[in-house]
Write a protein that binds this ligand. Structure first.
Ligand SMILES: Nc1ncnc2c1ncn2[C@@H]1O[C@H](COP(=O)(O)OP(=O)(O)OP(=O)(O)O)[C@@H](O)[C@H]1O
Ligand SMILES: [Mg+2]
Length: 463
């Protein structure tokens, strides 16, 4: 059977309460009973002492009337208290009329000053207290004893009342506490039910839903906050994937359309071999571009999935940069752009993945050449600074407007969307650079002024 948290809480709570009440009830009951018995003896003791004061002689004879009269004033009968007075030489001097008829007593029973539980012949139990009176003038030789008693039933009845009261109250308290506890548990867990309902309504297509935060700052609020924060992350992630997929498809659709158009045109009628070769060249260009996009996308998605591992080893960055600059020399020379690179004396070794670093440098040089008008300059620098290694790529190109600058590292982001084709730009280059540099524990930064030039700086942990 599946029990809800509130039911389980109530059961546990009631069981604990029952145990506590049982313990408390039994203990207090025992204490009260004990106290009541003690109290009974105290009363008997007090009465015995008082009665002993009434023993006196008149004209050398014992004044029994006086005892009877004075003791009567004490109203002992009402409480069922009986008494008797003994003298060692004279025997029993007086016995109250309510003295139990079947209770057999003597002068010496029980020992002086003591209290005792005795039963009469019928089995009724009494508590009796025997008190030895002080010497009474003028007959100091006589020893008087006052014996006072009361049936235990008096106390037992009281104890019984308390027992019944406790037994009746306990289930009532338990019931009230149980119902109260259950209601309280349900009330405090109500937000959980709401969260469950809300979570049920959420789906991949309704990720914008958020749970209302409870007013009270408690565990539930923490839960709701955590849940909402998690939904925020999921929504961002899903949106990114959706945007990425849409952008990727869009990006590939353009070269595909071009390819299809060119082939269709070529096939429309019989053509000369030269024309076919032209079409094939142009198609190859589109295919190369698609290949680049697909490779870039693959790299980024591997990176996202955490499947891309770096093959790090000590690499001389000066050599690496020199090689990359050389391989871009032709591309730059076509636009009459000069690339300056003056490597620092000695080697600058760094623990990196050489292929990935080459990719970064190639992307940055490619950008610098692409976005710098003919006759411009590109400056590449490499240096150690504060225990770190700094690479910088500056150009005298068109620059990037300030409003676009924060987004250039985003995937598929291009400042001039229309120039995609002739520039062969997919907007993935900087995103890839950023990922690779950060995977190396480094930082990449871009500064730019429109119409003046752009500088990309990479800082790598030195070593
Ligand atoms: N050196 C630069 N000078 C001016 N603009 C730049 C420079 N580098 C990047 N940009 C701008 O930032 C955008 C993003 O650059 P990124 O390298 O990511 O993409 P891309 O060069 O357009 O395409 P890809 O590198 O994928 O071929 C570019 O489209 C361009 O507008
Ligand atoms: Mg680029």
């Amino acid at each position: 059977m599946k029990l809800t948290i509130s039911t389980r809480l109530t059961i546990w709570y009631s069981l604990l309460l029952m145990l506590a009440m049982l313990l408390f009830g039994v203990l207090s009951f025992m204490l009260i009973a004990n106290e009541l018995y003690n109290e009974q003896y105290n009363i008997l003791n007090e009465n015995a002492e008082e009665i002993s004061e009434f023993i006196r002689f008149r004209n050398d004879t014992l004044d029994v009337d006086y005892i009877v009269h004075e003791a009567g004033e004490l109203n002992l009968k009402q409480n069922g208290i009986f008494f008797e007075v003994w003298a060692d030489s004279l025997g029993r001097i007086f016995q109250s009329r309510n003295f139990p008829p079947f209770l057999i007593t003597s002068f010496s029973m029980p020992p002086e000053g003591s209290q005792r539980r005795v039963a009469d012949e019928t089995g009724t139990v009494f508590h009796i207290f025997t008190y030895t009176a002080g010497p009474v003038q003028p007959r100091e030789d006589i020893v008087f004893k006052v014996r006072v008693g009361q049936s235990v039933l008096y106390v037992q009845k009281l104890i019984e009342h308390i027992r019944v009261l406790l037994l009746m109250l306990a289930p009532l308290v338990l019931l009230l506490a149980g119902v109260g506890g259950w209601m309280l548990a349900r009330r405090s867990l109500r937000p959980v039910a709401e969260i469950t309902q809300a979570a049920r309504e959420m789906s991949l297509y309704h990720l914008d839903k958020r749970l209302p935060e409870p007013e009270q700052n408690d565990e539930i609020r923490q839960l709701v906050r955590t849940f909402n924060a998690m939904m925020e992350r999921i929504q961002t992630g899903v949106e990114r994937i959706q945007r990425f997929t849409a952008d990727a498809s869009h990006e590939l659709r353009t070269p595909l359309t071009i390819l299809r158009g060119e082939i269709e045109v070529a096939l429309r009628r019989q053509r000369q071999q030269k024309e076919y070769i032209e079409t094939l060249h142009s198609s190859l260009g589109e295919i190369r571009w698609m290949e680049k996009i697909v490779n870039d996308l693959l790299l980024l998605s591997h990176a996202d999935a955490g499947e891309l591992t770096l093959q790090k080893k000590p690499v001389d960055l000066a050599t690496l940069l020199r090689e990359c600059v050389r391989s871009h020399q032709r591309q730059a020379a076509e636009k009459n752009i000069t690339v300056h690179f003056q490597p620092p004396p000695g080697s600058i070794e760094c623990f990196v993945d050489a292929d990935r670093m080459r990719q970064v440098v190639a992307n940055l040089l490619d950008n610098a050449v692409k976005y710098t008008p003919a006759g411009g300059d590109i400056d590449v620098t490499l240096q150690r600074a504060n225990g770190r290694i700094e690479l910088a790529f500056s150009d005298t190109g068109i620059g990037i407007p300030e409003k676009d600058l924060p987004f250039v590292f985003d995937r598929f982001y291009r400042v001039d969307k229309s120039r995609r084709r002739e520039q062969h730009s997919s907007g993935l280059g900087l995103a890839i650079c950023k990922w690779i540099v950060e995977a190396h524990g480094g930082d990449i930064d871009i500064t730019s002024k429109e119409g003046v030039g752009t500088t990309v700086t990479i800082v790598l942990p030195g070593g």
